[in-house]
Design a binder for this molecule. Sequence first.
Ligand code: MF3
Ligand code: CO
Length: 271
Amino acid sequence: LMAIEFKNLEQLKLMRRAGLVVAETLELVKAAIEPGISTNHLNEIAVKHLKKSNAKSNFLNYHGYPAVICASVNEQIVHGIPNDNKIKNGDIVSIDFGAIVEGWHGDSAFSVVAGDADKEDLKLLATCEESMWRGIAAARVGGKLTDISCAIEEYINSQGKYGILREYGGHGIGSAMHQEPHVLNFGAPGMGPELEVGIALAIEPMITRGTHKTKVLEDEWTVVSQDGSRGAHFEHTFTLAPDGKPFVLTAFDGGKSDLGRLGVEISSLIS
Ligand code: MF3
Ligand code: CO
C-alpha cells in the first residue's frame, strides 16, 4: 500500500493498548538485563508477557524472523537474534519489541549497558535516545516528514562524531508494523509528505561510535557496524492525535515528561 494510513481516535486507542503492552514488556525485559543472563532468556520473558496480555507478536515469523524480540549486543546495532550467549559486564544490549492488539501494532526499542558502563557508551546511548525525542518533538500538523529526520540528525551531530545508519529508519505503523512512509534519520527539513492528524510513526534512530556503514551477518538478520564500533537504537511509536497534539503510544506517560521538557504539550484525548 503506497498511501499513508490515517487513524481515527478509536483506532488510536487500540494502538495505545498495543503500545502499553510493548511498554510493559520492555520494562520487564530491561529489569532482567544483567551480566550472565542470555538474550534467549529475555525473549522468554517477552513471550510470557505477550501471552498474559492476550497480545500477539508482530516480529515472530516476520519474513521468517524466529523470535519475539530483537536483541543486539555491542557492534550489533539492530535485528540481532536472541541466543544462549551470556551477556557480559559492560555490554551494550539493544532490545526491540512489538505487539499486536486487536489488529493494531506497537513498536519500541531501547539500549542499555549491562553492569559497569563505559562513559562513552553512556554518551552514545543518551545521544541516541535524545535524538529520538527531538525527532518526535519536531513533528507538527502541517509540517513535513523530514522535519523529524532533520531534528534527529542535527541533535546527533551536535553531540559528537557518530555514524547514523543510512539503510535503516523509522516507518509508518498501524494495522501493519511497517507502513509508508519511511522515516530517514538524517536529511534536510521541509520535504516529504505533510504531517496530518491521525498519522502514526515509529521513530528509531540507530547510531554507532564509528562508521554509519553496516553489514548483515550470515544469519541474514543481524546488522553490525563494518568497523566493529558499538551501536545504539531507541524507538517509540507516536501519533498526532485529533486535537493536533502528539502522543507517544509506547511510553507509559504518553511522552509527557520528555516532550514537555522540549516545550511540546501532549494530547489529552488518549491516556
Ligand atoms: N521492530 C523492528 C523495526 O523497528 C523490526 C524488527 S524486524 C523483525 O522496524 F523481523 F524482527 F520483526
Ligand atoms: Co520499527
